[in-house]
Design a protein around this ligand. Structure first.
Ligand code: DAH
Length: 366
């Protein structure tokens, strides 16, 4: 047997014994790499005479070919075995249940805001928004509260150090009323909007949190009067509380941005220590609960919002959304709204499938 035959046989048996791809690669380098032994043999051909080369070259080239083929074949075997092994560990158990989906719930405040948007959309109101970081001018001045106005002091405002574009300071809006001014300036009249959103006041106890939610309503048109306001509020509250038995009491009040101003109370009865809406608050065992502020938009506000108050009139109202949620769904501590306690959220939260619609009822079942 020639030397080449022996090298060839030895290489074949080492290649077929290679246990994995890296062992095989080491053999390839050993035989066929730049410094490999078969590559070395090939190099010797260059130094031979043509006759010698003619005689020796076929055997060396045959050796290189057989080792190359053996490596290719073994590589295919090893790769197939590796794939088999991987497939065997990656079985899919079709009887497994689906993984638990992350479960969240819709916060009662969001749910109530959706309910309100649905009710007012039916009455032709669009949803408007404004910034929470507000300019003093929109939050106060344009709402008929000039700098020295005493009502400003009642708002416990959070101020920023920055000077606002219109003078004064930047602040966290203390109510949603500035959206009235912004919308009139941007869209003119006639208008029918609600503006739900966050508002901020430096105040904190069982019934006050530094951030809470309001919804503002504004109607601007020709010949609008208090009767329109009363009908709208009655219609909205009956739809929201899903009862025809809603009795309102309109009480004269004062807000700088409305004239006349009206505070609206709703009659309730006490049953088993709980307040149940319905009936006149003057009946025995009943009472009145203050629900919202409203009134005819002050001429000065209409003027500062770029409209002619002799041509356009309107009414506005502002309601606490958190308060509406507490009344409708029976929570009694406002602070729990913002604790993020998952037990509370699971109990009072709503399913995302519980979309409020007028046809199915805006009262979602949690
Ligand atoms: N902005 C008032 C507040 O936060 C609520 C309010 C009262 C809004 C009367 C109105 C309104 O639009 O007409 O206390």
């Amino acid at each position: 047997m020639s030397d080449h035959d022996q090298t060839g046989q030895e290489a074949q048996s080492r290649i077929s014994a290679a246990e994995d791809l890296s062992a095989l690669e080491a053999l390839r380098v050993e035989y066929l790499g730049k410094q490999g032994s078969i590559s070395g043999l090939l190099k010797t051909l260059g130094k031979m005479t043509p006759e010698e080369r003619q005689e020796k070259a076929p055997a060396i080239q045959a050796l290189r070919q057989s080792v190359t083929d053996a490596i290719t074949a073994r590589k295919a075997e090893l790769e197939a075995a590796e794939l088999e092994a991987r497939l065997a560990t990656e079985t899919l158990d079709l009887t497994l249940p689906a993984p638990q989906a992350p479960q969240g719930s819709v916060h009662p405040v969001s749910q109530v805001m959706d309910e309100l948007a649905e009710i007012f959309a039916d009455l032709g109101f669009a949803v408007a928004t404004g910034p929470e970081i507000e300019d003093d001018w929109y939050n106060f001045t344009a709402l008929n509260m000039p700098e020295s106005h005493p009502a400003r002091a009642m708002h416990d405002t959070f101020y920023f150090p920055d000077t606002a574009p219109k003078g004064g300071k930047m602040l966290l809006r203390t109510h949603t009323s500035p959206v009235q001014v912004r919308t009139m300036l941007a869209e003119g009249a006639p208008l029918r909007i609600i503006a739900p959103g966050r508002v901020y006041r430096s105040d904190s106890d069982a019934t006050h949190t530094p951030m809470f939610h309001q919804i503002e309503g504004l109607v601007i048109d020709k010949g609008i009067h208090l009767g329109h306001l009363k009908w709208t509020l009655e219609t909205f509250l009956k739809a929201f509380f899903e009862t025809e038995d809603i009795v309102l009491r309109l009480r004269p009040s004062y807000f700088p941005f409305t004239e006349p101003s009206v505070e609206v109370d709703v009659g309730f009865a006490i049953e088993n220590g709980k307040r149940i809406l319905g009936g006149s608050g003057d009946e025995a065992g009943h009472g009145w609960m203050e629900l919202l502020g409203s009134g005819m938009v002050n001429r000065r506000v209409i003027e500062m919002s770029g409209l002619d108050p002799d041509e356009w009139q309107g009414f506005a109202f502002g309601v606490g959304v958190d308060r509406l949620a507490m009344l409708k769904y029976g929570m009694d501590d406002l602070r729990a709204f913002f604790d993020g306690d998952t037990r509370w959220l699971n109990h009072y939260g709503f399913s995302p499938f519980d979309q409020p619609t007028l046809s199915a009822g805006v009262g979602a079942r949690s």
